[in-house]
Write a protein that binds this ligand. Structure first.
Ligand code: DX5
Ligand code: ZN
Length: 229
């Protein structure tokens, strides 16, 4: 599966969101990742439906909503209405993950299931046939700019193997601490969608340099449109 770079707007300059998304897309962003936090499931309160809708307006790229909220079921219709392409819910956030994933499909979105670093791969085995992507958290969710946790790599490997058996089309996304140094390890373990907030929007030389470094680390070469499918 061709690697995709998915910049997370959590570290973007929100006063210039459209412009910053445009720059990331011009340099090869395939998906735009929107981190939604409710102040309960994670100790931070971030973006809601208004911002997801603004991202939709700003780009025709895949809009990827990551819901770090308790009981996400109630919010799914509102996020689907923003025009998001995929909605990802945490397996730890609801006792009814199977139903939540069915609900996402019924809303005509692609469905993702996410796992915190402390959650074993086996927790999502019963629903792997229902997902379009599995998101492996490589930091404890809540904040950008944290260090990558290499101990999640065996979990990436195990999930990729299991998906190859039951749902080979599904992607494995990795989120947290991804930069040009850590991306190749995650790629080798079987991840193919790379979320990055600070490595794109807080790169010391700017968004274009951040995207170029990630694209090269992912083997996508120097053509900015190379990761844009
Ligand atoms: C973490 C969020 C991530 C985060 C990544 O709670 O889910 O998407 O923004 O930030 P970096 O890439 O800076 O680790
Ligand atoms: Zn995220």
């Amino acid at each position: 599966m061709k690697p995709v770079i998915a910049p997370s707007i959590l570290s973007a300059d929100l006063t210039r969101l459209g412009e910053q998304i445009g720059e990331a897309v011009a340099h090869g962003a395939g998906w735009i990742h929107v981190d939604v936090m409710d102040g309960h499931f994670v100790p931070n309160l971030t973006l809601g439906t208004a911002v997801a809708a603004a991202v939709r307006q700003a780009t025709d790229r895949w809009v990827d909503v990551h819901l770090m909220v308790e009981r996400p079921e109630a919010l799914l219709p509102a996020f689907a209405k923003t025009g998001a392409n995929s909605l990802t819910v945490h397996v730890e956030a609801t006792p009814h993950i199977h139903r939540a994933l069915q609900q996402i499909h019924a809303l005509s979105c692609k469905a993702g299931v996410a796992l915190n670093p402390g959650t074993p791969a086996e927790a999502v085995f019963p629903v792997l046939h229902l997902v379009d992507l599995v998101l492996v958290m490589s930091v404890n969710p809540g904040f950008s700019g944290q260090a990558f946790l290499p101990e999640v790599l065996p979990k990436v490997r195990l999930l990729r193997e299991r998906l190859d058996a039951v749902n080979p089309q599904a992607r494995v996304q990795i989120d947290g601490g991804i930069n040009a140094q850590t991306l190749p390890e995650a790629l080798r373990a079987g991840a193919d969608v790379f979320v990055a907030a600070s490595a794109v929007f807080r790169h010391p030389e700017g968004i274009a340099a951040g995207m170029t470094a990630l694209r090269q680390a992912a083997g996508l070469g120097s053509d900015p449109l190379g990761s844009a499918d």
